[in-house]
Design a binder for this molecule. Structure first.
Ligand code: 5GP
Ligand code: SF4
Ligand code: MG
Length: 466
């Protein structure tokens, strides 16, 4: 998911709409905006679908007045999926002591089932099936006086990954979990402030990037622009999601002082060093494989070519009416550039292999177009474990790498070769020169290593085995 908030600007909701539009890659299912105006109070609009289709009309934006606003773009990892999910669209808003608050959450709460049961037993009335709603109920029940203090109280009970942007009637608040699994950055716009999942959304509103919110940090920003930094949690070693570098973040964002694009190019270079192959062309699987393919080409000297073209107008919310059309899935989105591919030995670079269904179809398309050989190079290690911290991976059994060795996967995809970057190579590419095991890992890499930095309590209760 993506979160964004701004204060101290006229018609703040318009800035939030732009910010969310720049964060659309983090969640295409739905979006929502809450604003506050001293006269009109809290207002909210939550809609299924893209930001550009919902938050550009004057009719909708006129209902969101005020100089303080937050928003969220949703990608479902918990709660309901599909088009009946409007009740799970954030921000969540609740009125309780001290005037209430709205929150937008990116991440995944790993003890949400247990918290929800406890809260319902004590009388909380849940409106959604989302894990994030627990935070509002915990805040409402807290005995602390101020809302930021209630939020500290609430978040100390919550386990897992959370980057939260929240607002009261007057304050804008940003918090990252103690491990800082998901990103959150601070920007300056005029006399106001902005909080965003990624820096690319600061760029779109002309805000200046100030710094990242630190793991375990809470910032409370007042109406008159004062900013206060707090440390509500026990100190921990940070474990940022390494997959943000590989896939999730936008290539024009800056993470940990590094351009995501440059990191991805470095991943491609590492791949070329680790797993070279003689071939005629390096082709990305668009768009997620593109920077790594460029890096692979630069390092190997094998020409880069756009052998697969993506239809820019194909969104994830495209209506897929029948099973037959659903099976055509990738063909609706990707097509082979036949003239380039015929009689060539092709290296395909993609960011990850999850179920392997996309990879298989792409390989068939490339062979149909007359390629002589197909070599897959993957910009992440084999995804053998599900993510419980806010990226929607399928159950372990559905992950190709959970049940197959690299050679078995190669046979399953029936390609001439298949190589993944090593975990050490990935660490080198993100700037850890000594690789992963030189010190304690400085990233979360659980989906590759199975080493979960936060115990996934709810999943273990459901029978998941580490
Ligand atoms: P597969 O071949 O395993 O079916 O799909 C791999 C493709 O899924 C890759 O091209 C990658 O870009 C994409 N992918 C990786 N992670 C995610 C994710 O969390 N959500 C979605 N929708 N796609 C993903
Ligand atoms: Fe990121 Fe993977 Fe960790 Fe999930 S399990 S937070 S995707 S590194
Ligand atoms: Mg992809």
């Amino acid at each position: 998911c993506g979160v964004f908030g701004v204060n101290g600007v006229v018609d703040a909701a318009n800035f939030v709409a732009l910010g969310l539009h720049a964060l659309q890659h983090r969640g295409q299912e739905a979006g929502g905006i809450v604003s506050h105006h001293p006269e009109f109070g809290f207002n909210s609009a939550r809609r299924m679908g893209y930001v550009r289709d919902n938050f550009t009309s004057q009719d909708v934006m006129d209902t969101l007045p005020g100089a303080l606003s937050i928003g969220h773009v949703r990608y479902s990892t918990t709660g309901s999926k599909g088009n009946t999910a409007i009740r799970d669209v954030q921000p969540f808003f609740g009125e309780f002591a001290m005037g209430g608050a709205a929150i937008a959450h990116n991440g995944n709460i790993t003890n949400a089932d247990a918290l929800r049961r406890e809260l319902i037993e004590r009388g909380s009335i849940f409106q959604s099936s989302s894990d994030s709603e627990c935070i509002i109920h915990l805040m409402a029940r807290s005995l602390q006086k101020g809302i930021p203090e209630r939020m500290e109280d609430a978040l100390r009970r919550v386990e897992g990954a959370f980057s939260v942007v929240a607002m009261t009637r007057t304050k804008l608040i940003g918090v990252r979990d103690p491990l800082g699994v998901r990103p959150l950055v601070l920007g300056r716009i005029g006399d106001g402030w902005a909080l965003s999942s990624e820096t690319c959304a600061l760029d779109i509103i002309g805000a200046e990037f100030v710094r990242e919110i630190e793991p375990g940090e809470m910032v409370v920003i007042t109406e008159d622009g004062k900013i206060e930094s707090r440390r509500p949690f026990r100190q921990a070693t940070s474990r940022f999601c390494i997959f943000e570098h590989v896939y999730f973040s936008r290539p024009d964002s800056i993470l940990g002082g590094r351009s995501v694009y440059e990191t991805r190019e470095a991943i491609g270079r590492e791949l070329a060093k680790e797993s070279p192959v003689d071939a005629d062309l390096v082709c990305p699987v668009p768009d997620s494989g593109t920077p790594a393919a460029i890096g692979f080409s630069l390092e190997s000297g094998i020409p880069y070519a756009m052998g697969i073209i993506r239809n820019q107008y194909m969104g994830r919310t495209f209506i897929e009416p029948t099973e037959h059309i659903r099976n055509m899935g990738v063909r609706l989105k990707l097509n082979v550039n036949r003239a380039l591919i015929r009689d060539k030995r092709v290296i395909l670079v993609d960011d990850s292999v999850v179920r392997g269904t996309t990879s298989r179809k792409i390989k068939e398309m490339i062979l149909d177009a007359g390629a002589k050989e197909v070599h897959f190079r993957i910009a992440s290690p084999p995804t053998a474990w599900p993510c419980f911290y806010g990226v929607d991976t399928p159950q372990r059994e559905k992950l190709l790498a959970a049940t197959m060795s690299e050679e078995e996967m190669r046979q399953h995809l029936s390609v001439d070769s298949l190589k993944f970057i090593s975990l050490d190579g990935l660490y080198r590419a993100v700037g850890e020169a000594k690789g992963r095991d030189a010190g304690c890992p400085q990233y979360c890499d659980a989906c590759f290593s199975g080493e979960y930095p936060v115990e996934p309590a709810d999943m273990i209760a459901q029978g998941f085995q580490l």
